[in-house]
Design a protein. Sequence first.
Length: 393
Amino acid sequence: MFKLGPNFISGWIDRPASEAPSAVSLYLNGVQISETYAARDHAVDGGVRPIGFSFGVKKLWPMLGAGDVLEVRQGDQSIDIEGHGARLVLHEPATSRSAEVLKRLRKGGVLDRAGGVRTPLADSPQWVDNVFDLYETLGEIVQRVTGASLELAYGTLLGCVREGDFIRHDDDFDSLYISRHSTPEAVTEEFARLFQAITDAGLLVRFGAHGANVMVVSRPDSRASIDIFYGWFNDAGELGLSYGWHGRPVHRSETLGEPAVATLAGRSVAIPAFAESLLEQKYGAGWRVPDHGFAHKSDTRRTDKRFYLDKHRAQNLYWNAFYARNTLTEASTFARLVVDSLPMDGLVIDIGCGTGKDTNFFAGQGREAIGADASAQGVANAAALGAELKLER
């Protein structure tokens, strides 16, 4: 039996506990478009059994329309859909774009975790070259700033250890450094210094979509990006991870030993000697079984938000990085609109002046103007623009 939702198709199968996890496939109009395994914990008969499965479909739904048919099968056997029987036949008035989905899949695309079609990362030699070049550069910066090594993490480590390559439906490159500090203040201060050091190196850096517990780094001339997470050992010797974890925490005593060598996209990479224990902490005991619909945001996820950057510090870092790559010298339409209505003997105070484009414009028009901004980089840009325009300070 399985249920339909806006983000996931999830369900369960009935199999003896002694049997290995079974493959479950998602079909669109009779064509297999994704596969996972029924190995998730599922509450049944007053207990919990590893018989559940899930497919991410958020991006798939908008591509479907009248006449499209969805099925989930275990081997040749269809699994009933709650309220629909063996197949879901769509009757929505929307025009179907399923032919486009199937065409892209036939050309080598895969259904990603959200149900969109993407080209597997390892199928792009240029991306692979660029991302490993960036990984080497970031490793040097991380070593210099933190004294720690930058290692593979989350989905990238999972693919490397379990499959010897990137997971085909994965969409990014994950990395991790483990701080030598153990207090929230020291760990977050170090993460902030690393963010600024990467900005100063001329790389593009921003925080992840879900908060200041991961930074996303790329080069200005490349689409290849790397997520940098961080970890720390608390007073009890247990490993904490900035993006959370689902299994038993690794203890410091388990981390001894020399790094191992593994293969990723045909390249040799160093991974922690305790990689399997780390994967169990990140994903839970079932990490060895592929789970297409895995989502970190679930009831089993544990985090320690004491080790997250506070909002004010994160915003300062964000704007410093923004102004490092955006000089913005042209005055705004608003400034040009109001300048003639301002008295010549008045004072213009520009709060949140950024690069000072409006502050310097007003000064250039003969008004006394003061700019203020929380971003040190923004203020530096403003001062440089004023000097270039030969305005008095």
